[in-house]
Structure formats: C-alpha cells, structure tokens
Design a protein around this ligand. Sequence first.
Ligand code: 5GP
Ligand code: ZN
Length: 109
Amino acid sequence: MHSDCLFCKIAGNEMGTEFIHETAELVVFKDIKPLAPVHLLIVPKRHIRGINDLVDDDRAIISELILTARDMAKKMGVERSGYRIFFNVEKGGGQEVFHLHLHLIGGWE
Ligand code: 5GP
Ligand code: ZN
C-alpha cells in the first residue's frame, strides 16, 4: 500500500468508492470522468506502477484483469454491442494515475 497513491486508497476502501466487483486481488469501479456510457476501471489491489513495471510473476494478475474485463462487459450488457479495453502507459500515453488499471469503455448507441 502506497499511502500517497489514489488507487491504493480506493482499493483499500478508504475513499468510499462503490465497487462494481471485488476479489482478493482486484477491484472494479466506475471512472469518475466517463469517456463513454459505460466506463469501468479494473484495478489490482497490489500497487504496480504501470505496464512498464510488470515482471514475470505478474502474469496471473494481468490475466485476471483481462478475464475480469470480459466478465464486466457481460455484467454491464455491452458484450455483444462491443467495447474497448486499454491501458494508458506513461504520461505520453495518457497515464495520469500511476497505479496499474485497465479501462473498459462501451455502451454507445
Ligand atoms: P489514466 O489516465 O491514468 O489511464 O486513467 C485514470 C482514470 O482515473 C481517469 O480516467 C480518471 O477519470 C479516473 N479517476 C481519477 N481520479 C478518480 C477518482 O477519484 N475516482 C474514480 N472513480 N476515478 C478517478
Ligand atoms: Zn497504488
């Protein structure tokens, strides 16, 4: 837990953020500034700074994030209409919160 990290605080239940889904390893919550009708963030509880900081031992959590995105798309009813999942990487790639998170956006007409 990094005390100055927003997503560590959210995942640690310190911010009162409502979770769409929670397991021992990750939490899912709505993005505060949604880019689409459905915009979820899928976030490991353990602090990982970003994609560049992944190590071989992170294979399991990365798989879990993607399989959770699949499940959340179904839960939100966008699995057939379509959706995008993405990681922003470093400042130039649009990353603003330096705690790994997978975006899921969809729900367009
Ligand atoms: P990034 O740009 O780092 O890939 O994505 C960070 C995302 O976190 C942004 O889409 C932003 O709207 C979202 N965000 C930032 N602060 C908060 C917050 O306090 N609560 C929630 N739910 N989302 C946040
Ligand atoms: Zn963190």
